[in-house]
Write a protein that binds this ligand. Structure first.
Ligand code: ZN
Length: 287
């Protein structure tokens, strides 16, 4: 496993971590101040400053992109199916313009939450099948643009409202079904927050292998967790043995960035510089 203790060259910042503290342009400036070499921006943050300006700022700063958040939300009733397809195609176009390494896919849960306006449903099996079909359809478009797609399994607590893909096995089953040739265009984004609890994860990481591990995300699981979405912890403040998971991922040959992604009402209330200073310190000590 790589030694992160001496510097933070392999730290990437998911820009949601400081989304309340400033615009994407201000976040890019802050990364320059702190010597952070890579980010993973969100579509709303890019849209707020304009895609051309965002792309220029990223290029001028010499930043690597470890992903683009996010595509997916494939589950919808039939009236919204075309909108889902077109929205995901736009995500591919934007990702291409920005020059990112992959698009992170959050699958979607039940249709009324995945795509509001859809008729309510309790049929999770139908959601699974729509996710399969949605990824297969998006992959055709993404393949033409040479833009890899990374399925991010989410903790089962999010099965209803965000993603009905909840384990690494389930995400890899989708990869094998849709891209059996392992073309390099479909893989997984492994986030310790979502996978640390899974007794099967250490067997699934070798199954993914280097070619299917497209991104690696870190934060921590706080006990108690006070908000299901926005109470993620800073690395080291919770219960996840992050080094154990990173060691398994790197044993497969993963040599990319470790991306910090913290949705936290607590950390959103602190200054951008304090958050980034803490991220760097924890990246060196507990990641
Ligand atoms: Zn993540």
């Amino acid at each position: 496993m790589r030694d992160f203790s001496a510097d933070h060259r392999w730290l990437s910042l998911n820009t949601a971590t400081v989304r309340k503290q400033g615009s994407l342009l201000e976040i890019i400036e802050a990364c320059a101040r702190h010597g952070i070499r890579a980010i993973d921006p969100w579509r709303d943050q890019v849209a707020a400053v304009g895609i051309d300006r965002a792309a220029r700022a990223i290029r001028d700063a010499g930043l690597d992109l470890t992903g683009y958040c996010r595509g997916g939300m494939f589950v919808a009733d039939s009236a919204l199916r075309t909108e889902v397809r077109d929205d995901n195609r736009r995500a591919v176009d934007e990702a291409k313009a920005l020059g990112t390494s992959c698009i992170v896919l959050v699958a979607g849960g039940l249709p009324q939450f995945s795509r509001p306006g859809s008729a309510p449903s309790k049929n999770i099996e139908m959601a699974w099948s729509q996710v399969h079909d949605g990824i297969a359809e998006m992959l055709e478009y993404a393949r033409a643009a040479n833009m890899p797609l990374a399925i991010e399994p989410l903790h089962p607590a999010y099965a209803a409202d965000r993603a009905c893909v909840n384990t690494t096995k389930q995400a890899l089953d989708l990869c094998d079904a849709i891209d059996p040739a392992r073309s390099g265009m479909l893989g997984v984004a492994l986030d310790v927050y979502h996978i640390w609890w899974d007794p099967d994860v250490m067997a699934q990481i070798p199954r993914a292998g280097k070619d299917r591990i497209l991104a690696f995300h870190v934060c921590d699981w706080l006990v108690p967790t006070r908000d299901m979405l926005n109470d993620r912890g800073m690395m080291g403040d919770g219960v996840i043995d992050i080094k154990r998971v990173r060691a398994a991922v790197e044993a497969q040959g993963y040599a990319g960035y470790s991306e910090i992604e913290i949705f936290s009402n607590d950390w959103w209330g602190r200054s951008m510089d304090e958050v980034l200073r803490t991220c760097i310190e924890r990246h060196k000590t507990v990641v």
